[in-house]
Design a protein around this ligand. Structure first.
Ligand SMILES: *Cc1c(COP(=O)(O)O)cnc(C)c1O
Length: 356
């Protein structure tokens, strides 16, 4: 604590990301990165952008990237907002679209950046508990506070549970909640969930966020985007242009465009992750683990006879890192990122030794 800190800074409880250890030889299954490299076309595009032109500022509006994203989704560029990772896109959505008198709603177990943004921007929020099986109840949102809220946000599939809602559920939520913005954070949508992007032309209060960090294997590039009604997008642009005019640098711009245009590669590596996930869940079943059905590139699992934090520590001793949350309701679960088949085989070997 410094006497020079503002009261705002004194009051912050920052998000703590999963660690990025400097050790090599680690099997890193803790932050939901892709085990595969980015599209070779994206890498080539970044290399070609590495020129003398870097002395110039990038396009502040990222028009070419918006066009590429719009094309993939069959929308127009006025429906696209891009940012420095979807965390930044979400931050602008909190300030620009979710800050109202009534509290916003999100699950008790969800992406832990949401309460951090609420704290930073002084946004009132209330948690809506997940069901016993960790599913999201749409009715609980529609009934909360007599249907009055400042906005609703959750990931689909949810993190860290991996459970997904159907598009029908999202539609029901939107039909029942027309007077505030609904943000669906689709960071993991490419691993087997129906996207709500197909609904943005029907609902002017729907904002869907995507990231290139997980399924596109570009966490290091920091690119995310939002899709929604042009007026929602304009709101985000107003915040962005009051904060940082150039969130997407030239290298990120080149790489992101090429990655988004390479849908075949995205499909290929997403399918590989899904296949490994199926095998991993089977192997965990055989060891007595109970795993929540996952639609993400991670699984959320627990062992009825073994303490989760102890398993995490023992795995670490064997140079495998997974994510453990010391939080109510989930302190007996582990979140494990889907690695390559080889990494997952090593994980299973290590778990066998630990629980026997
Ligand atoms: C990883 C993640 C993000 C943020 O992704 P970036 O684009 O890397 O900032 C957003 N929401 C959820 C639920 C995530 O898990």
């Amino acid at each position: 604590m410094s006497r020079f800190w503002s009261n705002t800074v004194k009051g912050l409880t920052p998000y703590v990301p999963g660690e990025q250890p400097k050790l090599s030889q680690l099997i890193k299954l803790n932050t939901n990165e892709s085990p595969y490299g980015p599209s070779p076309k994206a890498l080539a595009a970044i290399a070609s952008a590495n020129t003398d032109a870097l002395r110039l500022y990038p396009d502040p509006n990222s028009d070419a990237l918006k066009q590429a994203i719009a094309k993939v989704h069959g929308l127009n560029p006025q429906q696209i907002f891009v940012g420095n990772g979807s965390d930044e896109v979400l931050a602008h959505a909190f300030l620009g679209l979710l800050k109202h008198d009534a509290p916003i709603l999100f699950p008790d177990i969800t992406y832990s950046f949401y309460p951090v943004y609420c704290n930073l921007y002084d946004i009132a929020f209330e948690n809506v508990p997940l069901n016993e099986d960790f599913s999201i109840s749409i009715d609980a949102y529609l009934n909360k506070n007599g249907g009055k809220n400042g906005g609703i946000i959750f990931p689909n599939p949810n993190a860290p549970t991996g459970r997904a809602l159907s598009l029908k559920n999202i539609k029901d939520l939107l039909d029942g909640n027309k007077n505030s913005v609904v943000v669906i954070d689709e960071a993991y949508v490419d691993f087997g969930t129906e996207s709500a992007v197909s609904l943005v032309n029907q609902y002017d209060n729907l904002l869907v966020t995507h990231t290139l960090s997980k399924s596109y294997a570009l966490a290091g590039l920091r690119v995310g985007y939002a899709v929604g009604h042009p007026e929602l997008i304009e709101g985000l642009e107003r915040v962005k242009n009051s904060f940082n005019s150039y969130p997407i640098d030239k290298l990120a711009m080149a790489g992101a465009i090429a990655a988004v245009e390479d849908q075949a590669y995205l499909q290929k590596i997403s399918q590989a992750v899904i296949q490994t996930r199926t095998e991993l869940v089977k192997s965990l079943d055989q060891l007595g683990f109970e795993t929540i059905p996952s639609s993400a590139n991670f699984i959320f699992t627990k062992h009825p006879q073994h303490d989760a934090s102890k398993i995490a520590t023992s795995l670490r001793d064997k140079h495998i890192i997974v994510r453990y949350f010391k939080m109510p309701r989930i302190d007996q679960h582990l979140r494990i990122t889907i690695g390559t088949d080889e990494q997952c085989a090593k994980l299973i070997e290590a778990l066998k030794e630990i629980i026997n």
